[in-house]
Design a protein around this ligand. Structure first.
Ligand code: PBG
Length: 328
């Protein structure tokens, strides 16, 4: 008989054997939804504890984030319906909402690391991530628009641009554009991004649901296995700096495989809106303890090999010190 129970006898002994002992503030990237206006802070009904902020309110909230030791955020723009058009031009105008937010953040907190989401769906009237031709999303015609958006975010001072449109060649188009302009902004590619039902609550948060059809012709089919690694390899070849698997919890196998295969590249996992809402609501219903369920889920994501985690729960997790065993 091999005895395992001695590894588990006391908290101290368990701590000693833990491969992922804790999750630190530095491991998190916190997502923000940015809207026009002043003094706006509105809770998103599908995501309790997550808000849409106007730029001034965002700066106040960032102080809170920084005081928790979290120094990275990912920004999404949310605009009014009447600002949207077929080409998503509000997303790459010089004075687009994200560029203004980045400038404000960098002016106030120059050391803060800003990531920006680069995609058309938040800005197009039809809600698709690229240009439409009849009812098809056109890949190549979308690339210059994504490159333009990335360029606008980059000149505003973004540290990372994060293309999430799942258009082939998007990293290459962005990399070339940034190089031409002599910008050293890095790229975090949403490399293996699956067409997932777990994005449900986000589409309300960002008001970005497609008005017809779905995203299956550009986001990945979750029934594939090797293809996710091929997608990541292609993004690396095109010059991405960091890579991502998204969503996280139902894709731990892909995270693990990516971390093994591409160990030189910082791997990011996105614990998406549906994962957040599921755990949060389940805890609110009393089915499980909130701190413990998030601690377990986030630990699994790190154990699978993610270096950084984009999570809507980051603030609460750090604030309540849920990474300390005696707190959960
Ligand atoms: C934009 C984008 C989406 C998410 C991140 N960037 C939505 C989508 O692809 O439909 C989802 C994030 C989440 O669910 O938390 N393309």
């Amino acid at each position: 008989m091999k005895r395992f129970r001695p590894y588990r006898e006391t908290q101290e002994i368990r701590d000693k054997y833990a491969d992922v002992p804790r999750i630190l503030p530095d491991d998190f990237i916190y997502p923000y939804f940015v809207v026009e206006g002043e003094g706006v802070k509105t809770e998103i009904s599908s995501m309790k504890g997550v808000y849409r902020f106007s730029i001034d309110s965002l700066l106040i909230d960032l102080q809170d984030l920084l005081s928790l030791g979290i120094n990275k955020a990912l920004l999404f723009g949310v605009i009014a319906e009447d600002q949207k058009d077929e080409r998503g031009s509000a997303g790459y105008r010089h004075d687009n909402i994200i560029s203004r937010a980045v400038q404000a953040i960098k002016q106030r907190f120059p050391q803060f690391i800003v990531f920006t989401d680069v995609c058309l769906c938040e800005y197009t009237s039809h809600g698709h991530c690229g240009l439409l031709h009849h009812h098809d999303v056109e890949n190549d015609a979308t690339l210059p628009l994504l490159a333009e958006m990335a360029y606008q975010h980059a000149v505003a001072g973004a540290d990372f641009v994060a293309p999430s449109a799942m258009m082939d060649g998007q990293v290459d188009a962005i990399r070339k554009r940034l190089q031409e302009e002599n910008l050293h902004t890095k790229i975090l590619a949403y490399s293996a991004k699956y067409a997932s039902a777990f994005y449900g609550p986000f589409r309300e948060a960002a008001d970005s649901a497609p008005s017809f059809g779905d995203r299956k012709s550009y986001q990945m089919d979750f029934r594939t296995k090797e293809q996710g690694l091929d997608e990541i390899a292609a993004d690396i070849e095109e010059g991405t700096d960091w890579i991502m698997v998204k969503p996280a919890m139902a894709y731990l196998d892909m995270l693990y495989r990516a971390s093994q295969r591409f160990s030189d590249y910082p791997l990011v996992a996105y614990q998406v809106s549906g994962e957040y809402s599921m755990l949060k609501n389940g805890a609110a219903q009393g089915y499980f303890d909130e701190g413990r369920i998030f601690f377990e889920s986030l630990t699994a994501i790190r154990r699978a090999g993610a270096k950084y985690i984009i999570s809507y729960y980051a603030k609460e997790f750090v604030r309540n010190k849920y990474y300390e065993q005696d707190k959960v």
